[in-house]
Design a protein around this ligand. Structure first.
Ligand code: URA
Length: 423
């Protein structure tokens, strides 16, 4: 077998055999297939696609490139959530302790932010003392004692995906349903969870800009999970506008803590409860998460989860040194607050990174003062930019130039939870 004939077969619209898929991924991990060959194959897959059998085999081969964890010795069912990534998406921070406080075990292996969407680990690392690098034994022990753990994936979790994702990121080959589905599901299946809820985002701030593309991604991932013995369902949710009012690491932690304390923006609460109900349904726990959020049990679990990983839940969160207000140029109804533009502005303020080894600023980001649908007056503060260096405000303001649409109507909008996919 050789890489060039596999690339040619896919380039010309062919269907790869199981043996070709196993060979090319195994040889890539062993560095016998060169980066440029894998890049060419990824581009061919972007153009030609893969059928369901190819995607399932590609996923299985990526799982087999590392270890598939078995989460044993737990007295409760395991269930995880994965979001395809959006702006202001701090749901994991609230959902993980909430669902654990409802009686499930939530094993979250998360990543860092790249581009305009934030990463859960970057957000949690803004809490003084908190660390993400747990050993397998520490991870499992915390899952038993607290029921909730958010940690970095180790190098043995689908290592083929780690290399391939980095390559796709720099070769314009991220946006492919088969490659995204296989990438996400190989990690989630290898993590060892018994059930999984996918939050597939749709809109300007998401990978999937249209509903048909998001639906196809959700259906592909649900089928991959189910066929691998993981009970899986998906919610398609709106990412045309940011979630909540905060985008940026410590800013989002602060907003998540507000929700855990019984307050916070209504959209963050709504989505958290919708995902929690879906997770609890999958594992057959008839508990109302709204009660567990309201009576403080979710907050107690958050505190234990943060402390178990060295963090101080009472410590002041870092704040950026400089602020800049963005004012409404006219009066009217805020018919649009564009998620991508706000994510880009937060990133340019210093909340995100360009290369994966770059540091992030814990305090940087954007806080919105108004959400889509609000009535504003000329001169009202629409948003506040936060940065350590005021030189960053120019680029962030440029990103926000078209972000706010002020009009006369009420604005068209999709519901927050658009649709459910799954058995
Ligand atoms: N997230 C992943 O883990 N992989 C992708 O391909 C896209 C988003």
């Amino acid at each position: 077998m050789d890489a060039v004939s596999i690339i040619r077969a896919k380039r010309d619209g062919g269907v790869l055999t199981d043996a070709q898929i196993d060979w090319v991924l195994d040889s890539y991990v062993r560095r016998e297939v060169a980066e440029e060959q894998m890049a060419a194959l990824a581009m061919a897959i972007c153009w030609r696609g893969m059928d369901r059998r190819e995607i399932a085999r590609w996923t299985a081969a990526m799982i087999d490139s590392g270890r598939r964890a078995v989460l044993s010795g737990l007295d409760r069912p395991t269930v995880d959530k994965h979001s395809t990534g959006g702006v202001g998406d701090k749901i994991t921070l609230v959902l993980t302790p909430l669902v654990a406080a409802c009686g499930a075990a939530v094993p979250q292996l998360s990543g860092r932010g790249l581009g305009h969407t934030g990463g859960t680990l970057d957000k949690l690392e803004s809490i003084p003392g908190w660390r993400s690098d747990l050993t397998k034994n520490q991870f499992e022990a915390q899952l038993r004692s607290v029921g909730a753990v958010v940690a970095a994936a180790g190098p043995d979790l689908a290592p083929a995906d780690a290399r391939l994702y980095a390559l796709r990121d720099v070769t314009g080959t991220v946006e492919s349903v088969p490659l995204i589905a296989a990438s996400i599901m190989s990690k989630k299946i290898a993590e060892g969870t018994g059930a999984l809820v996918l939050d597939v985002k749709v809109g300007s701030g998401a990978f999937m800009k249209t509903l048909p593309d998001a639906r196809e991604l959700a259906e592909t991932m649900v089928a991959l999970g189910t066929d691998s013995g993981v009970r899986t369902s998906a919610l398609l949710t709106d990412m045309a506008t940011p979630l909540g009012l905060a985008a940026g690491n410590a800013l989002e932690v602060a907003e998540a803590v507000e929700v855990l304390a019984g307050g916070g923006p209504a959209d963050v609460v709504e989505l958290t409860l919708a995902l929690a109900r879906e997770m609890l349904d999958l594992v057959g726990l008839p508990v109302d998460p709204a009660d567990v959020l309201a009576d403080g049990r979710a907050m107690d679990c958050w505190r234990r989860m943060v402390q178990a990983q060295g963090g101080d839940p009472d410590a002041a969160l870092p704040a950026a040194a400089e602020r800049h207000e963005v004012l409404a140029p006219a009066a009217g109804v805020l018919t649009e607050v564009d998620a991508f533009a706000v994510g880009l502005a937060a990133w340019r303020c210093g909340a995100g990174r360009v290369r994966k080894e770059d540091p992030v600023s814990a305090g940087a980001g954007v806080t919105l003062r108004q959400q889509r649908g609000a009535t504003v007056h000329a001169g009202d503060v629409l948003a506040v930019l936060h940065a350590d260096d005021p030189a960053r405000f120019g680029g962030a303001l440029e990103a926000l130039a078209e972000a706010f649409t002020i009009g006369g109507g009420t604005g068209e909008k999709l519901p927050l939870v658009i649709e459910r996919v799954g058995g």
